[in-house]
Design a protein around this ligand. Structure first.
Ligand code: DX5
Length: 218
């Protein structure tokens, strides 16, 4: 089953709570909260305080995507704030194996994500520690960018790696998901479409936009 996971990076920051509720009312079961530190990515936005502010507003799974250096320093704070899953960048972790272990030891789901230039081989020894594998469809930092087509091959390769190991781990794509790219991404083997600007935009309501994405992959 394919799910749409809205990303709040493209929501109206002046009414973030409403944006989260709109996603839940539109049927989303998980929402991605993009955390940026201005060092790992050239943008700055949320911290644990925003996660704890949003936590009581929704029953959705809060999926915290840490686009920060030294993510291991902040995992406990985001768990305390109410994160249900924490996704770390392979490129940001000196000891990725230990970081993923520590996320699971805190009782929540672990996720690992790769930038467009990073090979899937870099995570072959941690696939058993990941509850979610996310492929970046864009260079992280901003919403509304164009999908990088080469990432379709990476999705296929990761799918094969997981199958070879008998691991039933969902693969997500984050960045550049729209009604044109969604069918290609799903055909390549992803089952989670993390979508920001194609969900939160002026063309339609969150519900209409999510439905348009689902229709595109029927
Ligand atoms: C980019 C973020 C993505 C982004 C997706 O750095 O990680 O989650 O919000 O935005 P769109 O869907 O607009 O490409």
């Amino acid at each position: 089953m394919v799910i749409i996971e809205p990303s709040i990076l493209s929501a109206d920051f002046a009414r973030l709570g409403e944006g989260v509720k709109e996603a839940e009312e539109a049927g989303a079961s998980v929402i991605q909260i993009d955390v940026m530190d201005g060092r790992f990515v050239p943008n700055i936005n949320f911290g644990p305080g925003v996660v704890s502010a949003l936590r009581p507003l929704t029953k959705m799974k809060l999926d915290v995507h840490l686009m920060i250096v030294e993510p291991e320093k902040y995992i406990e704070a985001f768990v305390k704030a109410g994160a249900d899953r924490i996704i770390v960048h392979q490129e940001a972790c000196l000891h990725l194996h230990r970081v993923l272990q520590s996320i699971r030891e805190l009782g929540i789901e672990s996720g690992v994500t790769l930038n467009p230039a990073t090979s899937e081989n870099s995570i072959e020894y941690v696939l058993d520690l990941a509850d979610f594998v996310q492929v970046m469809g864009v260079n992280p930092g901003f919403g509304g960018q164009r999908f990088i087509e080469s990432q379709l091959d990476k999705i296929r390769a990761i799918k094969q790696m997981l199958n070879n190991r008998g691991l039933d781990v969902p693969i997500g794509i984050d960045g550049g998901v729209d009604t044109e790219t969604a069918p290609l991404i799903v055909e390549a083997g992803a089952s989670v479409l993390v979508a920001g600007s194609s969900v939160y935009n002026s063309k339609g309501t969150v519900s209409e936009n999510m439905q348009a994405l689902l229709n595109s992959i029927q």
